[in-house]
Unconditional design. Structure first.
Length: 108
């Protein structure tokens, strides 16, 4: 089973050196235990565009879809044999980055 662990933050690039050390150790643990698929940080919401080309509309709106005090600042894509393992990995990821995270199964 594959899962998305989204990191919730109110600032982009806000990890302290100690948090980055913990995140890197968590990433190493994911790789060593064959849970790693991909992980990365995301640029600030102000840098994004919302694109709607349904029916050829070609509408581009600068900025995020939703303006909120918190947003997704990064993510992990992981492989886990079951929900219990995924929840444990999400708890470990939350502790490593010192942020709240959202765990969501991938479809298909």
């Amino acid at each position: 089973m594959r899962f998305l662990i989204s990191v919730i933050d109110n600032s982009t690039g806000s990890a302290t050196p100690e948090e980055m050390k913990s995140i890197n150790a968590f990433n190493d643990q994911l790789e060593a235990n064959s849970h790693w698929i991909l992980a990365c940080g995301l640029a600030a919401p102000q840098t994004c565009s919302v694109i709607d080309n349904r029916n050829g509309a070609n509408i581009v709106t600068d900025g995020p879809l939703i303006v909120a005090p918190e947003y997704l600042s990064g993510f992990w894509l992981i492989e886990a044999p079951d929900d219990l393992t995924a929840h444990e990995l999400a708890r470990n990821g939350s502790q490593a980055c010192n942020r709240r995270v959202e765990l969501r199964p991938l479809l298909g």
